[in-house]
Design a protein around this ligand. Structure first.
Ligand code: FES
Length: 82
């Protein structure tokens, strides 16, 4: 099974739109999923230039996910692992 790649946007817009809550999950995701998931922070994904109302953004594999909450992020990771 391919590793799931998660990039949490750490750009300013996402950060102030609650993205900081997602960064708090990095260690938990690493501990819970181990080698199945590679999770990193990243610079602006470029999505916020279309308006920031759907921030924060996370890229999971080739998909950009908007309005990400901690619960939504875990759900999206679980979907791809199964
Ligand atoms: S700051 Fe996150 S997409 Fe731009």
């Amino acid at each position: 099974m391919a590793k799931v790649t998660v990039k949490i946007c750490s750009g300013t817009t996402c950060f102030i739109m609650s993205g900081n809550r997602l960064n708090d999950l990095v260690e938990m995701i690493k501990a819970q999923y181990g080698d199945k998931v590679e999770v990193t922070g990243c610079n602006c994904l470029g999505e916020c230039s279309n308006g920031h109302s759907k921030a924060p953004y996370v890229q999971i594999d080739d998909c950009i996910i908007s309005e990400v909450t901690p619960e939504k992020l875990i759900t999206e990771i679980e979907k791809r692992i199964k």
